[in-house]
Design a protein around this ligand. Structure first.
Ligand code: ASP
Length: 310
């Protein structure tokens, strides 16, 4: 049997120790623990990495603490536009959606794009028609409402600014979410889901739904889910870059992930982090910001939940 493992993230950013109340910190950790453990249970029972990452990401989407699904940030027009993606390392199959509204679990719609359409990436109205055809229920605006996100938006809505919820130095909420897993059969998978950036307009799409940028999985190398300023992660083709360093330079997962986040992304002034696994169950979680919500568990008995730099 292969070693198996799961890693999840809830976003990277200026998470400075001491700025968050102990109660809120405990809430974040409980939400991360729950998502990680439910994903791990899937792997423990012999389930697939693909199922494990979907289960974990759905739970993070259901928590208002993170910027994905419920609790997604507000666009310039006061709406929520969500992006999500999923990829399987065995087949290199992938599915993604962007600019969708009213869908409770965008990651599941991304998986349906992968499994029930001939396509990889559906956006906006078309993606909504696809969801409708599959019988998805549409939640009303109120379901996604979160006071902290609303206040973040109120602060900048009359300007041309848009911002990562990550870059707010206050007791704010963070978090695009993602999961990567390696199962007992040595298959790996990755998923990412986000509400994007506060006050975004013009149909802005970040890296999260883009295969190669915010998500990637290939059994030969690694499965990766990213978080950070999407524009830089797109330009750096970050998730695929980790895979390339492993495939073409023979680097280990740990070294490749570190090289990309601590060097290449910084060289283009990008901020953020990623989580990654390889098909032997090794894990990596580098970030170049002050913190990243993250949790992991492996069949070797290692586990942890952290927010700040250790
Ligand atoms: N990468 C996401 C985006 O640019 C944001 C995030 O990671 O929080 O949409």
């Amino acid at each position: 049997m292969n070693n198996f493992s799961i890693v999840i993230h809830g976003g990277a950013g200026t998470l400075v120790k001491g700025l968050m109340t102990p109660e809120l910190e405990a809430e974040y950790k409980a939400a991360l623990r729950n998502a990680r453990d439910k994903g791990y249970e899937v792997l423990e029972k012999g389930g697939s990495a693909l199922d494990a990452v979907e289960v974990a990401v759905k739970l993070l989407e259901d928590s208002p603490l993170f910027n994905a699904g419920k609790g997604s940030v507000f666009t310039n027009e006061g709406t929520h536009e969500m992006d999500a993606s999923i990829m399987e390392g065995k087949t290199l199959e992938a599915g993604a959606v962007s600019l969708i509204t009213g869908i409770k679990n965008p990651v599941s719609l991304a998986r349906d794009v992968m499994e029930k359409s001939y396509h990889v990436f559906l956006a906006g109205e078309g993606a909504m028609k696809f969801a409708d055809g599959l019988g998805y229920e549409i939640e009303d605006q109120d379901y996604f409402y979160d006071e902290v996100r609303y206040k973040q938006w109120q602060g900048i809505k009359d300007s041309d600014n848009f911002q990562l919820d990550h870059s707010v130095k206050k007791d704010g909420k963070f978090g695009t979410v993602g999961a990567v897993a390696c199962d007992k059969h040595g298959n790996i998978a990755a998923a990412t889901s986000t509400g994007g950036m506060t006050n975004k307009k013009w149909g802005r799409v970040g890296d999260s739904p883009m295969v190669g940028a915010g998500v990637y999985a290939n059994n030969k190398t690694c499965a990766v889910s990213c978080t950070g300023s999407g524009e830089f992660f797109i330009r750096g083709v970050v998730a695929y870059d980790v895979s390339c360093l492993m495939e073409h330079k023979g680097m280990s997962l740990e070294d490749a992930a570190k090289e990309v986040i601590q060097k290449r992304v910084l060289e283009i002034n990008g901020d953020g982090g990623l989580i990654a696994v390889d098909a032997q169950g090794n894990i990596a979680m580098p970030f170049n910001t002050e913190g990243m919500y993250r949790a992991f568990k492996t069949s070797k008995g290692e586990k942890g939940i952290s927010i700040y730099k250790s």
